[in-house]
Design a protein around this ligand. Structure first.
Ligand SMILES: NC(=O)c1ccc[n+]([C@@H]2O[C@H](COP(=O)([O-])OP(=O)(O)OC[C@H]3O[C@@H](n4cnc5c(N)ncnc54)[C@H](OP(=O)(O)O)[C@@H]3O)[C@@H](O)[C@H]2O)c1
Length: 290
């Protein structure tokens, strides 16, 4: 399959390398800086480098738009207004939070379209195709386009899962919580362990957080443990008092995470325990009964 990649950043570079290893003919790369394009050129044999997307897509069966989310519509306009797209060409973007509407003008121009999002964090400099092996992808396409969209994900070593067009934002919010918010929670825990003068916080964090994530991902709310789930109000109050003394800047994060833990277990806790937890977790602390 002849492929054009627009946007030689984190994802575009990794997809160019991974697709090439999978047998795609990655023929052209466009956009980004000269240095970024040249880095792809050095990693993928035979790829041609173009500053403008419109020059790169001629003859490509698949056009991968690996630009920032907010740039996708502009690149589509550039391709359509420049009459660069060919009928039947497959145009795909990689943004989890965007659906098919951002590709609508390409579709009107005769292209087939799909939104294919790898649910994996791709850091700057990622070059290893193994990073995408076994990764779940959220795929959105019209029924006639689902087949090739799923196949391209499988070519890259991924597992495609269909996500409805009007559910993409919710889907992406879930992944932002799973990736960014979980990361932020672990960073908060790491700062607390350092404040507790634990020498190697990673020795505690990596096994514990990994087990918690694995259990919660599989079993949902039934996997939650700890003082909130047990209704140990005194322990939660002690945590808050110690944080107020040692690391008051972490109090909002602790309260937010504890509140997020309380919300799904509320139905199985005694109402008085819930009220006591809510009182200690309130930013103003428990209030005295008049
Ligand atoms: N990184 C991840 O973990 C990840 C994971 C899943 C999906 N995605 C999705 O993948 C897409 C790309 O993300 P990324 O992280 O790879 O971003 P990135 O590293 O910032 O790369 C974007 C590339 O597009 C170029 N670019 C920007 N505007 C352009 C335009 N108008 N025309 C042509 N090229 C343009 C940038 O050049 P300059 O740097 O010179 O501006 C850069 O080379 C996004 O939709 C994102 O949501 C990312």
């Amino acid at each position: 399959m002849r492929v054009a990649v627009v946007g030689p950043g984190r994802v575009g570079t990794l997809l160019a390398i991974t697709g090439s290893r999978a047998g795609w003919r990655v023929a052209s790369v466009a956009g980004g800086s000269t240095a970024a394009r040249e880095a792809v050129g050095a990693a993928v044999a035979g790829v041609r480098l173009y500053p403008d997307a419109g020059d790169a897509v001629a003859g490509a069966e698949l056009v991968l738009l690996c630009v920032p989310d907010d740039a996708i519509a502009g690149v589509v306009d550039e391709l359509v207004l420049g009459d660069a797209l060919e009928p039947g060409q497959r145009v795909v973007h990689l943004a989890g939070a965007r659906g098919l509407d951002v590709l609508h003008r390409a579709r009107l121009a005769g292209a087939r379209t799909a939104a294919c999002h790898p649910a994996m964090t791709v850091p700057r400099g990622a070059r290893d195709p193994g990073l995408l092996v076994g990764v779940a992808w959220g795929v959105t396409a019209q029924a006639a386009d689902l087949g090739w969209a799923r196949s391209l994900v499988e070519d890259l070593g991924g597992d495609p899962y269909e996500v409805a067009d009007d559910r993409r934002t919710t889907y992406h919010a879930a992944l932002a919580v799973a990736s960014n918010a979980v990361g932020a929670a672990v960073v908060t825990a790491r700062r607390l362990l350092l404040a507790a003068r634990v020498e190697r916080p990673e020795a505690f964090l990596a096994p514990l957080a990994t087990a918690s994530v694995r259990n919660a991902a599989t079993d949902g709310v039934a996997a939650l443990t700890g003082p909130i789930v047990r209704g140990d109000v005194g322990t939660v109050a002690a945590h808050l008092a110690q944080l107020a003394a040692d690391l008051p800047e972490l109090l909002p994060a602790y309260r937010a995470l504890a509140t997020a833990t309380l919300e799904p277990v509320r139905p199985v806790l005694d109402a008085e325990v819930v009220a006591a937890l809510e009182a200690v977790l309130s930013p103003t602390g428990p209030t005295e009964e008049p």
